[in-house]
Design a binder for this molecule. Structure first.
Ligand code: GDP
Length: 456
């Protein structure tokens, strides 16, 4: 029998309300030992999901808080087990003491993600939905939250489950044919199976494509802002963020460290890294910053290369631009265009680089910059909100499933023996099983749930 777990679900920070949460066979008995309703029956005699007003007692029995308690019995709860929640005043001290009281009453500390892991193990959520819970908690933009909410609601799972079920039905028939070789598969069945597999392939291909967008919405695009000292990097970062995050001075080399900030821009999440001037330096502290800038360039998937528009493009700018273009797609931003713009002649080998005049003072050119970013990450017009893959594990499983469906379809259409179709069809089902968690390895689930915070 699983034990009963407890945690502070809201985090031990000062807030209006703080939630203590319990799950497990003893959840209601444990909560009853620390919470006394102000009126009427104890919690074990109360209906599910009713908020009950009363007192919370510490481990020694003294009144610790006046709060609300609610219980939900298995299987109709988040974890599928008996659960209880205490809605306390959001004092870290009250929550800590309340948690100690729950431990003294028989619960143990929940591990990171243990509530959601139990929900998964009890079949209340599949693995895509469980990952959506983490994504929802970590969502940094409204779009990322919407995608995660769609996944949590089962948008991806419904699509992949339908493919799985179709393949399972086809596989069952092929098994029968292999077991009873006298039985033939009629032509109309073959045509029907081929159609179903083509549909399955199209569904999986659309999901596979959705990862490109899901990734830029959720994980974001590592974007490096590079340029010579005083090119306007910190000013651009601050202007994009809408507040002063980086120190702006007119002394070259003052951004000594790299700064990475998420910002929603061009319909995606950019993780902007302001870099110290990429130049050789004798100053040890600044040298560290320069080293990190090189690292930022290596990690970048998009680069804003800044050069001061009040002067011509220097040889140093051109050298930086070459370095940047070798690392990732690069936009050349001619900064300070509010002060005037000297025409920018690109050396022949850099021809074709997009050039955008911008001003971090007047925001001139920001719309064009945003459009240029958006154009790099187009939305799929056929995509349905929430039907989107957001991590590499999911994308990899779907890609393998699609490849196996394609191989099964080829085998079917070439008139190969039934076991060839069956092998590929079952390989596709196994890949989809990994996606949903039906057939996933224990170490993979461990890794997924370890990304959670305690209390979820
Ligand atoms: P960094 O060394 O590349 O980070 O450059 P900063 O952002 O610190 O800017 C260097 C100097 O240029 C500062 O004095 C800024 O105020 C100024 N500056 C930066 N961007 C603009 C701009 O768009 N217009 C004007 N007029 N000045 C700017």
């Amino acid at each position: 029998m699983p034990d009963t777990i407890a945690a502070i679900s809201t985090g031990a920070v000062l807030s209006g309300i703080g939630v203590l949460r319990l799950s497990g066979p003893q959840a209601i008995a444990v909560v009853e030992r620390v919470f006394t309703p102000a009126h009427g029956a104890p919690m074990s005699a109360r209906p599910d999901r009713l908020l009950v007003y009363g007192t919370l007692h510490d481990a020694a029995g003294a009144v610790l808080d006046i709060c609300l308690c609610t219980v939900s019995r298995a299987p109709h709860s988040y974890t599928g087990e008996d659960t209880a929640e205490l809605q306390c005043h959001g004092s870290p001290t009250v929550l800590r003491e309340g948690l100690e009281a729950l431990f003294a009453a028989g619960a143990r500390q929940a591990l990171a993600g243990e509530f959601t892991k139990r929900a998964f193990l009890n079949g209340c959520l599949d693995l895509v939905q469980a990952e959506a819970v983490i994504d929802l908690i970590h969502a940094e933009t409204a779009e990322a939250a919407r995608v995660a909410a769609g996944q949590l609601g089962g948008a991806v799972s419904r699509r992949t489950d339908a493919v799985y079920d179709a393949l399972a039905a086809i596989s069952a028939h092929y098994h029968a044919v292999i077991d009873y070789p006298d039985e033939d598969i009629p032509d109309f069945k073959i045509a029907d199976y081929a159609r179903q597999m083509r549909d399955a392939e199209a569904t999986l291909a659309a999901l596979e494509r959705s990862f490109e967008r899901g990734r830029v919405l959720t994980a974001g695009v590592p974007t490096a802002i590079v340029g010579r000292p005083n090119a306007g990097k910190s000013s651009l970062l601050n202007a994009l963020l809408g507040y002063d995050r980086a120190i702006v001075t007119d002394v070259p080399g003052t951004t000594r460290d790299t700064i990475s900030e998420p910002v929603r821009f061009g319909g995606v999440l950019l993780r902007l890294t302001d870099t110290a001037g990429l130049r050789d330096t004798a100053d040890a502290v600044e040298a560290l910053g320069v080293e990190r800038s090189r690292e930022a360039l290596k990690r970048a998937e998009l680069i804003f290369l800044l050069s001061d528009a009040t002067g011509e493009l220097t040889d140093e700018d051109a050298a930086l631009l070459r370095q940047a273009k070798a690392a990732a797609p690069t936009l050349l931003l001619r900064t300070k265009c509010d002060l005037g713009e000297v025409p920018c002649a690109l050396p022949a080998d850099l021809a074709g680089t997009p050039i955008l005049p911008v001003s971090s003072v007047t925001m001139q050119g920001f719309d064009a910059l945003e459009a240029a970013v958006a154009a790099r990450y187009p939305t799929d017009p056929g995509a349905v909100a929430g039907e989107m893959l957001t991590n590499a594990r999911q994308a990899d499983a779907v890609a393998r499933a699609r490849q196996s469906v394609r191989a099964a379809l080829d085998a079917l259409e070439c008139g190969m023996p039934p076991d060839a179709v069956l092998t590929e069809s079952e390989a596709a089902m196994a890949a989809l099983g990994e996606l949903s968690g039906r057939t996933v390895r224990e170490d993979v689930t461990e890794q997924i749930f370890s990304r959670f915070c305690v209390g979820k």
